[in-house]
Design a protein. Structure first.
Length: 119
């Protein structure tokens, strides 16, 4: 299955995403913020990134832009998992290089479907 990087500043959300996806056979690496996720990404590749937008230090949109600058992440699918739903936030994420959007709170089956469609 896929190797997935999940980034969220809320521990409960990281653990929920990890639990749901690992039950489906995916390997999930979790990071608590954009800085740590980017540090991880500089030395390791994954098949998919799932990130929140609103995080301290570096937003999810900033993380997406930084990931797209890395050769190993230039084509990696990136999904935004967030409470945000405004068109301007979605456009900002798309412009940075995000491929999809999952609204929190999420249905586990919808998350799995989005992941499996993306990888």
């Amino acid at each position: 299955m896929a190797k997935i990087l999940a980034v969220d500043d809320m521990r409960s959300m990281r653990e929920l995403v990890k639990s749901v996806l690992e039950k489906r056979g995916h390997e999930v690496i979790i990071q608590e913020d954009g800085d740590k996720a980017l540090e991880f990404a500089r030395s390791s590749a994954v098949d998919l990134v799932i990130t929140d937008i609103n995080m301290p230090e570096m937003t999810g949109v900033e993380l997406v832009a930084h990931l797209r600058d890395l050769p190993s992440y230039s084509k990696t699918p990136i999904l935004m998992l967030t409470t945000e739903s405004t068109d301007d936030k979605k456009q900002s994420a798309r412009s940075a290089g995000a491929n999809g959007w999952i609204q929190k709170p999420f249905n586990p089956e919808r998350l799995v479907a989005a992941v499996e469609k993306s990888v």
